[in-house]
Design a protein around this ligand. Structure first.
Ligand code: ADP
Ligand code: ZN
Length: 293
């Protein structure tokens, strides 16, 4: 069985084909350009692949309310050309197969719950810390959408006492994303995150912000696993520091062995590694097939 998967990112698109076991059999990647150019590459890739369904995890903000006339649209993104772009309709007019469409981070959370670090659990939260910060929520065995969709990258944070950086979010300045996404790291320290050495004070401050967000999400949603992915989380030394921050913030209040005794297996990198996004889209494609009337 061939199922199509699209990881639609603001920087690059990855399209692939996989099977019901989560094995990705083929993939291509190309930079995200204007919608016409980008979608023509997506369509060309799937044209001769005979997929039975397509799952999409996309950058946003996007409309995932199936009762809205704008369902399947990218909505208020500042990304040139993509504002109010009918992503899903563009593909539906080319391929007569079931589709499932969700945020990139919800897709990743779903992939991790299906085949990755949260396999067998009925809840997890997936953070990506990259060009932006996004949060995918899987709870009671289903993806959470709510009114629009969770936007946990823009929660407000308490400032690190030694951090005088103004923040980079155009809406909120010093929200979580404004303080801790890759571009904030780069502007604050004057070099790319990948070039900041592991012993640099940048990482203590970074862990301080991410640790706050993770503590809050534990209190708010009580997920059975917290998965931290994205480019910035390639800095592996962040994991022990974030776990320490979380334990400090919670201060013994949440009485669960998963947190108090086994936090190393509770706050973890994606089990699917760099495949989390595409595998998540594949899992959505399988769901589309199962949900077909
Ligand atoms: P995107 O969020 O655009 O999908 P990524 O998850 O790869 O892509 O995130 C890109 C961001 O992560 C950039 O701001 C980049 O500087 C930062 N980044 C990538 N690799 C590293 C690294 N090894 N250490 C710290 N930051 C990194
Ligand atoms: Zn913000």
């Amino acid at each position: 069985m061939h199922i199509g998967a699209i990881e639609a990112g603001g920087t690059k698109f990855i399209c692939g084909i996989g099977n019901e076991q989560g094995i990705i059999e083929d993939r291509v990647s190309f930079p995200t350009e204007n919608p016409e150019l980008t979608m023509s590459k997506v369509i060309a890739y799937f044209k001769d692949k005979q997929v039975e369904a397509i799952g999409i995890g996309s950058f946003g903000p996007l409309n995932i309310d199936p009762f809205s006339p704008y369902y399947g649209w990218i909505t208020t993104t500042p990304k040139p050309g993509w504002t109010n772009f009918p992503f899903l309709d563009t593909l539906k007019s080319e391929f007569d197969v079931p589709f499932e469409w969700d945020t990139d981070v919800n897709a990743a959370a779903y992939g991790e719950a299906t085949w990755g670090a949260a396999r067998g659990l009925d809840s997890c939260v997936y953070y990506t810390v990259g060009t932006g910060i996004g949060v995918g929520v899987y709870s009671e065995g289903r993806l959470v959408h709510g009114l629009v969709h969770p936007e946990g990258g823009h929660v407000l944070t308490r400032r690190h006492p030694e951090d005088e950086y103004a923040g980079k979010c155009p809406y909120h300045s010093d929200c979580l994303e404004g303080m801790a996404a890759g571009p904030a790291l780069e502007e604050r320290w004057g070099k790319k995150g990948s070039e900041i050495p592991a012993y640099h004070p940048a990482w203590e401050i970074e862990a301080f912000y991410i640790g706050q967000a993770v503590s809050s999400v534990i209190l708010l949603l009580s997920p059975k696993k917290v998965i931290l992915g994205g480019g910035v989380m390639h800095q592996e030394q962040l994991f022990p520091s974030i776990r320490k921050e979380v334990l400090k913030n919670l201060n013994g209040y949440v009485q669960a062995d998963e947190i108090l005794a086994n936090i190393e297996t509770y706050i973890v990198p994606p089990g699917l590694g760099e495949n989390a996004g595409l595998a998540g889209a594949l899992a959505l494609g399988i769901k589309a097939l199962q949900n077909r009337p």
